[in-house]
Design a protein around this ligand. Structure first.
Ligand code: ZN
Ligand code: ZN
Length: 333
């Protein structure tokens, strides 16, 4: 009816329909009103390492072994050889020896709480250094978990496993602490591992049991709402263009501009490239936002191909150190 044999296309907005907000978007909006959301926001905003930790626990359906989290951090940061954001090295002002490492998570990310230290060799004072931190220890990651625990975001528990008969059925999972040291079936020693799980009041509304990335949609939407109180922030709006249904993660309407945000919690940012040309129907500018370290060049090029070079911006994990500064780009275009 619209595109006839003559090949004359009607104005594109004739075929665009707004289908309203998806159910999950409404759930995320409702979560904004809960007291626990403030605690989760505080946790995630403290340091990019907190976003990383939440990412691994969300990918594991809201439940992670401490040892797995340590391995994950070492894989992530070794690749980049970047300094760990929350572990600070202290060096001697005299002999330059490495004196110790301080986890900011232990100090609730309050740098004023770093106490003075002196060098064991020459008794001089120490300075904070940006030395690269090669390998994470259990204590580093535990300090992050415990910071989350103080905010009621995580809960620790012990998880006994039998490596011999590989059974778990004789273990009472409802107990918080285990006095059972031997497997009831084979009588061999149980391995008791430390785990952390997400508070149910967080994991249920954010759908963390499904290992979806909605927590990141919620968090980024929250940051936008905080920053642009006068703007309209819509989580998960749906549209139909011609016969194609599509959704955006977040849409920001400010003054007369509409800005789209496409979010990813996958490594190298896996975005729906096929949808970029549809996103162009509903927004003037597109932000690609990842909770990881990079977005693949091919994806950025693809988005720029649809929107134009100046109309695409990228926000990666390291930008979360100073997210407000990145938001200054929002009203520009
Ligand atoms: Zn010294
Ligand atoms: Zn056993």
């Amino acid at each position: 009816m619209f595109v006839g044999d003559a090949g004359i296309e009607p104005p594109s907005d004739c075929m665009l329909a707004e289908l309203g907000q998806k159910e999950i978007g409404k759930k995320l909006d409702a979560f904004d009103k809960t007291p626990i959301s403030k605690k989760l926001e505080k946790f995630l905003s403290s340091d990019p390492a907190c976003i990383k930790l939440f990412q691994i626990i969300a990918k594991k359906h809201g439940f992670v072994f401490t040892e797995d989290a340590v391995n994950y951090f070492n894989e992530q940061y070794n690749e980049q050889a970047s300094p760990a954001p929350f572990v600070i090295a202290r060096k001697c002002n005299g002999c330059n020896a490495l004196v110790d490492y301080v986890s900011l998570a232990e100090l609730d990310f309050d740098k004023s709480k770093i106490r003075d230290a002196t060098c064991g060799k020459c008794r001089r004072s120490c300075r904070v250094s940006q030395t690269k931190y090669k390998k994470f220890q259990n204590a580093d990651i535990l300090s992050l978990f415990m910071y989350g625990q103080r905010l009621n975001v995580f809960r620790p528990f012990q998880y006994p496993r039998c490596y011999f008969c590989k059974t778990e059925e004789n273990i009472d999972r409802t107990k918080k602490e285990h006095t059972q040291l031997l497997c009831k079936k084979c009588s061999k020693p149980l391995e008791i591992s430390l785990c952390f799980e997400t508070n149910q009041n967080i994991s249920k509304p954010l759908g963390i049991a499904d290992a979806q990335g909605y927590w990141f949609d919620w968090y980024f939407g929250r940051l936008l709402k905080n920053k642009f109180g006068d703007a309209t922030v819509v989580r998960n709006p749906q549209f139909r263009f011609d016969k194609n249904d599509f959704e955006l993660d977040i849409l920001l309407k400010k003054d007369d501009k509409t800005i789209g945000f496409s979010l990813s919690t996958e490594k190298d940012g896996s975005f729906d490239q096929e949808k970029f040309f549809l996103f162009k129907r509903v927004c003037d500018k597109l932000f690609l936002v990842t909770s990881d370290n990079t977005v693949k060049k091919t994806i950025i090029e693809c988005a720029k191909g649809c929107f134009g070079k100046t109309k695409v911006s990228v926000i990666t994990l390291s930008d979360f150190c100073n997210i407000t500064r990145r938001f200054e780009q929002v009203p520009k275009q």
